[in-house]
Design a protein around this ligand. Structure first.
Ligand SMILES: Nc1nc2c(ncn2[C@@H]2O[C@H](COP(=O)(O)OP(=O)(O)OP(=O)(O)O)[C@@H](O)[C@H]2O)c(=O)[nH]1
Ligand SMILES: [Mg+2]
Ligand SMILES: [Zn+2]
Length: 356
């Protein structure tokens, strides 16, 4: 197997790369990003890479710029060590959130993940509402989420945590592990496979980097103790990086995330709360908000005790948040679409000029 295959290259990527070789470009995977500086892996090994001014100019938004996990068409520059990223091959999955701050911009956390491990610790970090939020974003990405409850070794009574996590997880698997003692890690084998890319997300201090080190069989990545007062981490990992594990799996470590604001999350939300979606067709009104409408099947389930009231409450809050976000996103989407059509018009004009 070649180096590209080690990093997840397959026949479908080769097809997407298509005729770019004839243009003097070579395929590469973006394996690390640190403050806008990229490292890419190709048949020539690791190289620093940067985007072209043209790409930055024509990208409709930030999501049009490369993210860790992307496959790209790159070009060597004579007498320069840094190569140019010319094109991003169409993403199979895309883990996005709203960029922090006031802007209405999409931030792609990672591209082309097959599996997302949503990690939390079995201590004061554990928060069902946060799990639902992370799960929604993971499902929206198109990847398969798995809930990972870490620090099993330091937890006296994991039972109640597991119960709550299973409700939050819906149909996603829940596994309890200890990155420290390696207990339960076998359960991850189903997702850690050659050529498959697995991303780790969760708040700071839950043990993401410790797990990467454990699976990699070394202590390459820095980890740091959490504050004993509230188990909060110290934001030890500061960039996103892909690693190849001894068994061939491709693992992405990410910095702990304080915020996970939604970006285009309606499908993810429907999947996260699939038991509500399943009942909705039985409500009297087609557009039932499961709030105070008569004949609501979801409310009936809560009254009958077959659904937890806080589950419905949580869905309702997140649904409102997603709807508000979608509304605020509208102008940005229109602007992006305009920029894209302008760029297409420019291309067309150039083509016509060439012909004549
Ligand atoms: N007891 C116990 N401690 C663990 C376990 N996994 C990680 N830790 C400890 O938790 C602390 C934080 O671990 P990290 O791996 O740095 O956490 P992280 O999620 O990478 O944090 P950020 O990089 O800040 O996002 C370290 O002191 C680890 O030794 C575990 O399974 N059990
Ligand atoms: Mg870390
Ligand atoms: Zn209803």
């Amino acid at each position: 197997m070649g180096i590209l295959e080690d990093w997840g290259w397959d026949a479908r990527w080769a097809e997407a790369f298509g005729g770019d070789a004839a243009k003097g470009l070579f395929p590469a995977r973006l394996i690390e990003e640190q403050r806008g500086l990229f490292q890419i892996m190709s048949e020539q090994g690791v190289k620093s890479a940067r985007t072209t001014g043209k790409m930055r100019h024509t990208a409709a938004d930030r999501a049009g710029l490369p993210a860790v996990g992307d496959w790209v068409s790159a070009e060597a520059v004579p007498n320069e060590k840094t190569v140019l990223i010319r094109r991003i091959l169409p993403r199979r999955t895309k883990l996005s959130r709203k960029a922090a701050g006031e802007t209405m911009e999409e931030q792609v956390i990672a591209a082309n993940l097959d599996t997302v491990l949503v990690m939390t610790a079995l201590n004061a970090d554990f928060n069902v509402r946060r799990l639902e939020r992370f799960l929604t974003v993971s499902l929206e990405s198109g990847a398969t989420p798995v809930l990972v409850l870490n620090k099993l070794d330091a937890c006296d009574a994991p039972g109640p945590y597991l119960e709550q996590a299973k409700i939050a997880a819906g149909s996603a698997p829940v596994i309890a592990i200890s990155a420290k003692t390696a207990a339960g890690l076998d359960a991850l084998d189903a997702w850690i496979k050659p050529g498959l890319t697995i991303g780790l997300i969760g708040s700071s201090g839950v043990g993401k980097s410790t797990l990467v080190n454990r699976l990699a069989g070394n202590e390459e990545i820095k980890t740091a103790e959490t504050r004993s007062k509230d188990e909060r981490g110290r934001h030890t990992t500061t960039h996103r990086q892909l690693f190849i594990l001894p068994n061939g799996g491709i693992l992405l470590d990410t910095p702990g995330m304080r915020e996970m604001q939604f970006w285009d999350s309606e499908q993810g939300l429907a999947k996260t709360f699939d038991e509500i979606e399943a009942l909705a067709p039985s409500c009297k009104f087609k557009d039932c908000a499961h709030d105070s409408e008569p004949g609501c099947a979801v409310k009936a389930a809560v009254a009958a005790g077959t659904m937890a009231a806080d589950r419905l409450e949580s869905w309702s809050k997140l649904k409102k948040e997603a709807a508000a976000e979608a509304k605020r996103r509208e102008p940005a989407m229109i602007a992006a679409a305009k920029k894209e059509s302008e760029s297409a018009a420019r291309k067309l004009k150039k083509l016509k000029e060439k012909k004549s």
